[in-house]
Design a binder for this molecule. Structure first.
Ligand SMILES: [Mg+2]
Length: 383
């Protein structure tokens, strides 16, 4: 099997609103359930259960049409507060496995779990969501976002679809062009008029033809037809940073002790970054004084870091630039601007960075063996 360049999972809840309602009202199980506007109004269907879909009811359909198709259905108004709660619970489970979780809607999100076993993690997430949130989700696993998405669509509902690099072209061969993301009904019609019905057909079009016909969009189509999609998973809100903070046992003014605590926090942040294969370009600190006034400072570097020493170097510099007004009650270190990839690094730092990587790696293996407090930077020893 060829190596997976990335491991991407798409998690998508099945008939999400309907599933949450059925969870809370078991008497709806197995019945056509339609969430949306009230029948008799001009609104539309938000979600419907798979039973309702059997009658031809679909999302975004006028509610009056749904009512004609399925007059004996159960019609409910959406309870967004409840759905958002279930959504957060679902994504928190995903975030146990990686901070790189991109929520694309209330019930759909991408995860980058490189270099882990995607099918294994997706399977666990599906089980945990079922057990803890009480709904089923479908997962698609692939080496890029769009194939993960299509793999999930094919596996719905309550399924797990996996498309590896070796299977991609075969998987795409018969995929209708209209199912390729970004191909709307208009483009699909234009392509079909030229005998291009599937992604496989797209691949056999002479080079340059689609670029000439569709410009930039055509070039993108050629890539997608060949299973190429480099779009990164961009983490949403909470997961945008990795941070650690600690409230001190007593308010502290001794700089040496505060440095030692910062060093420990830097190590914790570095350890979490490295565990997730992440590097950060922005390092921040948080200082809360004895009177509860709080300030934060951050510094963005020209390159990504994740070694304890570099994170601590930044945190210490930021801290030393503060004129400490009062004793400190709480200290925090945060890393943001996260990436799984390096941006081009100035040569000057290469030597240093490599050796720090080495030190951090050695420290990580000791931590994994003996627990996280065993390995300390020089500064933490002064505690
Ligand atoms: Mg869904």
């Amino acid at each position: 099997m060829s190596q997976w360049p990335r491991v991407i999972i798409l998690i998508d809840a099945d008939a999400f609103f309907a599933a949450v309602e059925t969870r809370d009202n078991p008497e709806y199980r197995g019945k056509p359930l339609i969430i949306g506007a009230k029948p008799g109004t001009r609104g539309v269907v938000s979600t419907c259960s798979y039973e309702a879909r059997k009658y031809g009811v679909r999302s975004a359909m006028p509610i009056s049409q749904a009512y004609r198709l399925c007059p004996h259905g159960i019609y409910l108004s959406p309870n967004m507060r409840k759905y958002v709660e279930a959504s957060n619970a679902m994504f928190e489970i995903c975030e146990r496995y990686t901070p790189l979780v991109e929520r694309v809607s209330v019930d759909e999100g991408y995860l980058d779990v490189t270099p882990e076993d995607g099918a294994l993690i997706a399977g666990r997430i599906r089980e945990e969501i079922k057990a803890e949130v009480g709904i089923t989700v479908t997962a698609g696993v692939s080496y890029c976002k769009y194939l993960a998405k299509i793999a999930a669509e094919e596996a719905k509902p309550d399924g797990l679809g996996v498309v590896g690099p070796d299977e991609a072209l075969e998987f795409l061969k018969d995929l209708p062009v209209g199912k390729i993301p970004g191909v709307g009904p208009k483009t699909a019609k234009l392509l079909e008029a030229q005998g291009i019905r599937t992604a496989g057909d797209l691949r056999s079009v002479p080079p340059g033809y689609l670029e000439a016909a569709f410009g930039k969009h055509g070039a993108r189509l050629v890539e997608l037809a060949n299973g190429i999609d480099d779009t990164p998973v961009v983490s949403s809100h909470e997961a945008k940073s990795v941070s650690e903070e600690t409230t001190l046992e007593k308010d502290e003014s001794d700089k040496e002790i505060l440095h030692a605590i910062l060093a420990g926090l830097s190590q914790d942040v570095g350890y979490r970054l490295r565990n997730h294969g992440l590097k950060a370009r922005t390092i921040g600190i948080k200082v809360r004084y004895s009177d509860f006034s709080t300030l934060t400072r951050a510094k963005t570097l020209p390159y990504h870091v994740n070694s304890d020493a570099e994170i601590y170097g930044c945190a210490k510099e930021l801290f030393d630039n503060l004129a400490l007004a009062r004793p400190v009650r709480l200290l925090g270190v945060a890393a943001s601007n996260l990436s799984t990839r390096d941006i081009a690094q100035p040569k000057l730092f290469e030597q240093d960075e490599k050796s720090w990587d080495h030190v951090s790696k050695a420290a990580d293996s000791l931590r994994k063996k003996y627990g996280k407090r065993i390995v300390n930077l020089g500064a933490t020893l002064k505690k």
